[in-house]
Design a protein around this ligand. Structure first.
Ligand SMILES: Nc1ncnc2c1ncn2[C@@H]1O[C@H](COP(=O)(O)OP(=O)(O)O)[C@@H](O)[C@H]1O
Ligand SMILES: [Mg+2]
Length: 288
């Protein structure tokens, strides 16, 4: 067993982390008779890149929504940076430094790239009173927000598109914009839901670089991804969900050689999405 330095004790679902940024307990969410999420205990290591993988319908997106306050669980509690987040609305979760990316909705596509970025700024909610009493201060703030947006757009190579409608961006450029927008609020934890979906291979490399850079800058990353090549390449830790539960976690190579994980992918869930995934799980010689 290789040591990742991230966990303490034997590797198993729910294993304790040396320095967890998120600790979740008994988080469950049902839709009618379906249990979409049923997480007993999970800790996400700080300062690392953690991949959340699992077959379609495993509950990954629902779990993201719960952790970020966009959905409410039936049971459970969880902490971010040692503070309980249960019942905290999404915009406050983001203010505390935990942000998730969003796919560009139709409405946001009708805004320009720069306008989308400004929407990501941290202090925009609940400051109307402040704005109306001190318009000169707000002006300064607005200039700062714009400067920051332009800087991030440059870094993500989107600057020359700043006045274009978001709708006109390619799939890959949208993903870059989603990531850049998330950084407007100076997050400590960035959660990415399928950052590579619909991205052509030419942009894949640059997206990977951007994610690795988040870690270099001291941020923690938690991402959902189907592309096992990407998971292997950039994840420090992998958590596997199936039917709402955490069925495995550990270092990428070890998790991908784990029989329960392979079973979860090879099981009854034979849709095209999984075909791609299983095709890319490489088992060590003799263990397949
Ligand atoms: N709003 C909802 N209403 C009803 N069922 C839902 C809803 N959201 C998700 N589900 C169901 O919950 C399960 C988990 O979905 P999801 O979290 O999207 O999985 P994943 O992201 O791992 O593919 C699926 O069976 C899905 O159909
Ligand atoms: Mg999903």
């Amino acid at each position: 067993m290789k040591s990742t330095g991230l966990h303490t004790g034997e590797v198993a679902p729910g294993v304790k982390k040396v320095d967890p940024i998120i600790v979740a307990d008994h988080v469950s969410r049902t839709f009618g008779g379906l249990t979409a999420v049923d997480v007993e205990h999970l800790e996400i290591p700080r300062g690392a890149i953690t991949a959340l993988i699992g077959p379609n319908g495993a509950g990954k997106t629902t779990f993201f929504n719960l952790l970020t306050g966009f959905d409410t669980p039936d049971t459970g509690s969880w902490e971010f940076n040692g503070q309980s987040l249960a019942g905290i609305p999404a915009y406050k979760v983001a203010q505390r430094g935990q942000v998730r990316t969003f796919q560009l909705t139709k409405a946001l596509s009708l805004l320009t790239v720069l306008e989308n970025m400004k929407l990501g700024a941290k202090d925009q909610s609940g400051e109307n009173l402040f704005q109306s009493i001190f318009p000169f201060l707000w002006k300064k703030k607005e200039e700062e927000i714009e400067a920051k947006a332009l800087e991030l757009l440059e870094r993500f190579k989107l600057l020359k598109l700043k006045d274009d409608f978001a709708a006109s961006l390619s799939g890959g450029q949208r993903k870059l914009l989603e990531m850049a927008r998330a950084l407007m609020s100076d997050p400590t934890l960035v959660m990415l839901d399928e950052p590579m979906a619909g991205v052509n291979p030419a942009l894949t490399e640059s997206l990977l670089e951007h994610i690795l850079n988040l870690k270099k800058e001291g941020m923690t990353v938690l991402f959902v991804e189907h592309d096992m090549h990407m998971v292997r390449h950039i994840a420090d830790w992998v958590v596997v969900m199936a039917e709402g539960k955490i069925i495995a976690e550990g270092a990428p190579d070890e998790v991908m050689a784990n029989e329960a994980v392979v079973d979860a992918y090879l099981g009854s869930h034979q849709d095209t999405d999984l075909g791609v995934v299983t095709g890319r799980i490489q088992l060590p010689e003799g263990e397949a």
